[in-house]
Design a binder for this molecule. Structure first.
Ligand SMILES: NC(=O)c1ccc[n+]([C@@H]2O[C@H](COP(=O)([O-])OP(=O)(O)OC[C@H]3O[C@@H](n4cnc5c(N)ncnc54)[C@H](OP(=O)(O)O)[C@@H]3O)[C@@H](O)[C@H]2O)c1
Length: 266
């Protein structure tokens, strides 16, 4: 039986990663804080795919003690696939943001990804078999005023995943970066800007499409996948535009939203 771990499996991209892995015959560990939601998903998946087993493992990944217990538990299991997907943004002027939430964001988006990978990778390398999917973001390819911590955490995820991809060549283990652009999930609600998804200016992708693109790339051992034309354009511009040209555009794009949010109390 092949086991996969999905963090952030209670909604959005992670929920669809879990569905896609179940359809491909993988048994699952589902990780997030919302235990009831994970239990409902586990029932749906085992009803649809009676050959797989699904374990629900509620965990607040921002809590170092809870996270350490999870990491220890998973390190002892023969996990073949890790989808390090859980994450959330904070938005607004950094000086006005809650320092505790900024720290929690780093714990979830960076430290949990790092610890889980370090815990599961040695077993994968020993077995000469394993796949790691890291959910980074196009937001990590350039500075993002009003989302400084988020952009920095995703720069870590992006670089970490691509570095591992190169390092693991020839080991039987692969690491793939899933780099989504705008995807219609609870993500913007978590960041305090739920109404952004009502705007039609962006070509929103569904989490199902993003997750499927991620899994296809993962099982082909690809370095990276950036689903959809908007995300691809963002990636091209973010990676290649000189900062001197990019900054006025970024300020023009993000700072008016901040001023508007302030005047409307968000
Ligand atoms: N949506 C986008 O436009 C977009 C774009 C680029 C990258 N991404 C990335 O995609 C990934 C998935 O986000 P999504 O869009 O699917 O958003 P989502 O629907 O809000 O899902 C986020 C998931 O992360 C989990 N999570 C958040 N905080 C957690 C914590 N402290 N401990 C454990 N789990 C936690 C949530 O579960 P609980 O709340 O139940 O804990 C949920 O399952 C994230 O890494 C995000 O940065 C999203």
């Amino acid at each position: 039986m092949s086991w996969a771990v999905v963090t952030g499996a209670s909604s959005g991209i992670g929920e669809w990663l879990a569905r896609g892995l179940a359809r491909r015959g993988h048994s699952l560990w589902l990780v997030a804080r919302s235990g009831d939601t994970l239990t409902r998903l586990a029932k749906e998946l085992t009803d649809a795919h009676p050959d797989i087993e699904v374990r629900v493992r509620p965990c607040d990944l921002s809590d170092p003690t809870a996270r350490a217990a999870l990491v220890e538990e998973l390190a002892a299991e023969p996990i073949g696939v890790l989808c390090a997907n859980a994450g959330f943004p904070t938005c607004g002027a950094l000086a006005e943001n809650d320092p505790a939430r900024e720290l929690a964001e780093i714990q979830v988006n960076v430290v949990a990804l790092h610890q889980l990978t370090l815990a599961l990778l040695p077993g994968m390398v020993r077995r000469h078999a394993g796949r790691v999917l890291v959910t980074g973001s196009t937001a990590g390819l350039q500075p993002v005023p009003t989302a400084a911590t988020y952009a920095a955490t995703k720069a870590f995820a992006n670089t970490f995943a691509e570095s591992l991809h190169a390092e693991l060549r020839g080991t039987g283990v692969s690491c793939t970066l899933l780099s989504p652009g705008p995807t219609r999930t609870n993500f913007y609600g978590a960041g305090g800007i739920p109404r952004l998804t009502e705007q039609r200016i962006l070509a929103w992708l569904t989490p199902q499409r993003v997750a499927e693109a991620g899994l296809t790339a993962l099982f082909r051992g690809r370095r990276t996948v950036t689903p959809g034309p908007v995300a691809k354009a963002q990636a091209l511009v973010g990676r290649n535009t000189p900062r001197a040209l990019l900054f006025p555009v970024l300020r023009g794009a993000f700072l008016p939203r901040l001023r508007k949010a302030r005047s409307h109390g968000r």
